[in-house]
Design a protein around this ligand. Structure first.
Ligand code: DGL
Length: 262
């Protein structure tokens, strides 16, 4: 098969990675794309490193069987906890969201950066490490936001409590006086209506655009030359109906996802 027409695989724990996928479709509509939502293991944010490595390996092996030309880890938690362990095990390129965006963010002229992310991402300190690699004068403050993913995936046991946590975490972050706040979990851009109640919309960075621009530049030689709209196909490890229902705010998923079990 011609490498350039081979599909690109995306994955996330659920619908959150569609924030990256949607941007990608806008910027590179000719590419053939696959999306895997690991709903069986959602949320990733409270899982151990070993579990996250196992999930990532299973998904990457699945994509290997689909003959992909590259894989996009549209999940901060997996990029933080699994990417470094598995990155050399495959002969296609793997793009992790945090490591791919850090340079642009570090060189954007800000001196105090806040990060909202899952517990596993914050525990890894990956955002801080990657940003300081490019500019060690930046102050980074990472805050774990435990209940936020459940608000987006409609799995919150107590919606009121989860919404209150958005208010509390933003208030806590604003005490740090950040110039910008990275939404360091692909689910969080979908909470923008809540988030902007407590800090101006301009302060938040959704890394999706930076990420897709990085991939576009890096894959320059490998992009699909076909002029037609590329195909898309969705896979989930569980709950296809929930995936379609919850995806509506992010992306119009037209085809029913196929269930894949490992
Ligand atoms: N959306 C993922 C991330 O970017 C993981 C969220 C979760 O499943 O906890 O970190």
């Amino acid at each position: 098969m011609d490498k350039k027409t081979q599909p690109i695989g995306f994955f996330d724990s659920g619908v959150g990675g569609l924030s990256v996928f949607a941007r990608f479709r806008e910027i590179l509509p000719n590419e053939n794309v696959l999306y895997f939502g690991d709903l069986l293991h959602l949320p990733y944010g409270n899982k151990s490193k070993n579990e996250l490595v196992l999930f990532a390996r299973n998904i990457l092996n699945f994509y290997k069987s689909k003959d992909v030309k590259s894989v996009i880890i549209a999940c901060n938690t997996s990029s933080a906890q699994a990417y470094e362990t598995i990155k050399d095990e495959y002969d296609f390129k793997i793009y992790p969201i945090i490591q791919s965006c850090a340079k642009v963010i570090a060189e954007s002229g800000v001196s105090r950066i806040g990060v909202f992310a899952t517990e596993a991402t914050v525990n890894s300190k990956k955002y801080t490490q990657e940003i300081l690699k490019y500019n060690n004068n930046i102050q980074v403050r990472e805050i774990a936001c435990k209940d936020w993913v459940s608000l987006v995936e409609n799995t919150a046991a107590d919606i009121k409590k989860a919404k209150l946590s958005v208010k509390n975490k933003v208030t806590e972050m604003m005490e740090f006086k950040p110039d910008k706040i990275i939404l360091g979990c692909t689910h969080f851009p979908y909470l923008i209506d809540e988030l902007e109640q407590y800090a101006s919309k301009d302060i938040y960075i959704d890394p999706a655009k930076i990420f897709v621009e990085f991939i576009k530049k890096d894959m320059k030689e490998k992009l699909n030359p076909d002029k037609n709209l590329g195909y898309e196909k969705f896979y989930v490890s569980s709950s296809p109906e929930n995936f379609v229902k919850n995806s509506r705010i992010f992306y119009n998923v037209k085809s029913k996802p196929e269930i894949v079990k490992f």
